[in-house]
Design a protein around this ligand. Structure first.
Ligand code: ZN
Ligand code: CU
Length: 496
């Protein structure tokens, strides 16, 4: 019997950090069927991949793709990079479970407009993804900010006991319905007004169920050290894994702080389990923040509701045109988003080089003029940081975007080239792979990505999407069912 697909004479990078080797690889259905010398094997489809690398499809551990997964062509920025699995629901903002009437306020805009906020239960969102079909696999987090909006009548204060219990129940329910863990975005309203105790309670519920605490910390700027301490304290109390999202040292006063912060994380690791992710650029992007205006910082507008025509322009330039201060200009642009050129390249490199750092794009798919990380992150790490700069070997770079995140997040049978594993595969040219998206032209697909398969089905080839939607909504392999009351609430959440 012929295989469905045989890829011949490829350089295989297995995804566990081991050295590349030459071999053929065969696929049947959604699985890797054989790896080795397959001279006699027939394939219904055959690809000669001499000189090309075959690696496990990349896992983008930090995304805001909750809404993009639902949109036609919404995942093109990811499949064009070789990404086959995304982790959504980050920075405290998950699409579900939340019904929103009216225009969503920031930071809910990270995952789209009001039409997206229509899932009263986490399970409703999962069912909709399955019904429509998705281009990549998806692992979903449930967001603290989303639960505050759901469970609190006003959100500009810490949650009281009853509200905290309601959010704990919602975490447990979401996890029974497939969520991998809890995310927070403590830097943004309305989560900025939460108490550490409130977050500890929710993180404990997630940890009881085997889920990690994934945090956009309280602050990456003025009080970045205290914010890392708070994250460690919360996860230590909860007893589960901690992932620090897009680790960075923001603002000139923090340049060079990656060394002490990584040392602090390593020290905490002696008694607890901590990982982190990074995007490979020295500029950040989020909603437009007025306190950053008029500080001499270069700020690029990525979207604006009242002034969409100002996307891609610098705020200093807009202020000049409007004959006002940057802050006044910012006020008129709100709600809006921005890129901030406020990170130090040496810090970015130190963080990428740390052995526990995973790669996460933090791409913002709904921005009019997005940060180039949305389309460029993975090829930039492979082409720029691994091949051109030599910051890490190619197999180590692949490990940080495949085997490591699969292990860290408990994603079974993916992230590794092995017989019997799911056939999430990328074929790329190690000589030419590179990001081409820039701050000026951010929507350009990367170069050097030749074929991308999700569950054995091609989703990207010859520079374009095939339109196939073979992705699966993943279930965590680490999750436990909860005995009644173990998370401190009254309901029985045991998954059937
Ligand atoms: Zn974030
Ligand atoms: Cu984010």
């Amino acid at each position: 019997m012929p295989y469905d697909l045989v890829i011949r004479r490829a350089t295989l990078i297995a995804g566990d950090g081991s050295k590349p080797f030459e071999a053929d690889i065969a696929v049947n259905g959604d699985r890797i069927a054989a790896i080795g010398r397959l001279d006699d094997a027939q394939g219904i489809e055959q690809i000669d991949a001499k000189g090309k690398v075959v690696a496990p499809g990349f896992i983008d551990v930090h995304t805001h793709d909750d809404g993009a997964l639902l949109a036609p062509l919404g995942m093109d920025p990811k499949i064009s990079q070789g990404v086959t699995t995304v982790i959504a629901g980050n920075c405290g903002v998950s699409l579900a479970p939340l019904l929103l009437n009216g225009t969503p306020p920031p930071p809910f805009t990270l995952v789209g407009g009001r039409e997206n906020f229509r899932f009263d239960r986490f399970a409703d969102y999962v069912a909709e993804l399955k019904r429509r079909g998705i281009a990549t696999n998806a692992a979903l987090l449930v967001g603290h900010t989303t639960l505050r909006q759901r469970c609190m009548p006003v959100t500009d204060r810490p949650a009281n006991e009853a509200e905290t219990v309601a959010m704990q129940d919602a975490v447990a329910e979401a996890m029974a319905e497939g969520a991998f863990g809890l995310s927070t975005g403590l830097d943004y309203p309305p989560a900025i007004d939460s108490s550490t105790d409130e977050v500890k309670a929710l993180a404990a519920t997630a940890a009881h169920l085997g889920g990690p605490y994934v945090t956009h910390t309280r602050n990456y700027f003025e009080t970045m050290d205290e914010a890392i301490e708070e994250a460690i304290d919360i996860a230590d109390h909860a007893g589960g894994k901690l992932f620090i999202s897009h680790h960075q040292c923001t603002g000139r006063a923090n340049f060079g702080k990656s060394r002490p912060s990584l040392e602090r994380i390593d020290r905490a690791r002696e008694t607890m389990d901590i990982g982190m992710d990074v995007y490979p650029y020295a500029a950040s992007s989020t909603v437009l923040r007025l306190q950053r205006c008029d500080t001499g910082l270069k700020i690029l507008v990525t979207w604006s509701d009242p002034h969409p025509e100002m996307a891609r322009r610098e705020i200093a330039d807009i202020a000049r045109e409007w004959n006002c201060t940057e802050r006044e200009a910012g006020q008129r642009l709100l709600p809006a988003g921005a890129v901030y050129f406020q990170l130090d390249e040496d810090d970015v490199r130190n963080i990428i080089a740390h052995p526990r750092t995973m790669i996460g794009s933090d791409g913002l798919p709904h921005d009019i003029h997005p940060h180039p990380r949305l389309w460029g992150t993975f090829p930039r790490v492979l082409g720029h940081y691994a091949r051109d700069i030599g910051l890490l070997t190619l197999e180590e770079a692949v490990f940080r975007m495949t085997g490591l995140p699969a292990k860290e997040f408990g994603i079974a049978q993916r992230g590794l080239l092995a017989e019997g594993n799911f056939a999430d595969l990328v074929i790329f040219d190690p000589e030419t792979i590179i990001d081409t998206a820039t701050f000026e032209e951010p929507r350009r697909p990367a170069a050097g990505i030749e074929h991308v398969f999700v569950n054995g089905v091609p989703v990207w080839r010859g520079g374009r999407a095939t339109g196939a939607l073979p992705g699966a909504v993943l279930k965590p392999s680490a999750s436990k069912t909860l005995v009644r009351g173990a998370c401190g609430c009254a309901e029985d959440h045991s998954a059937s």
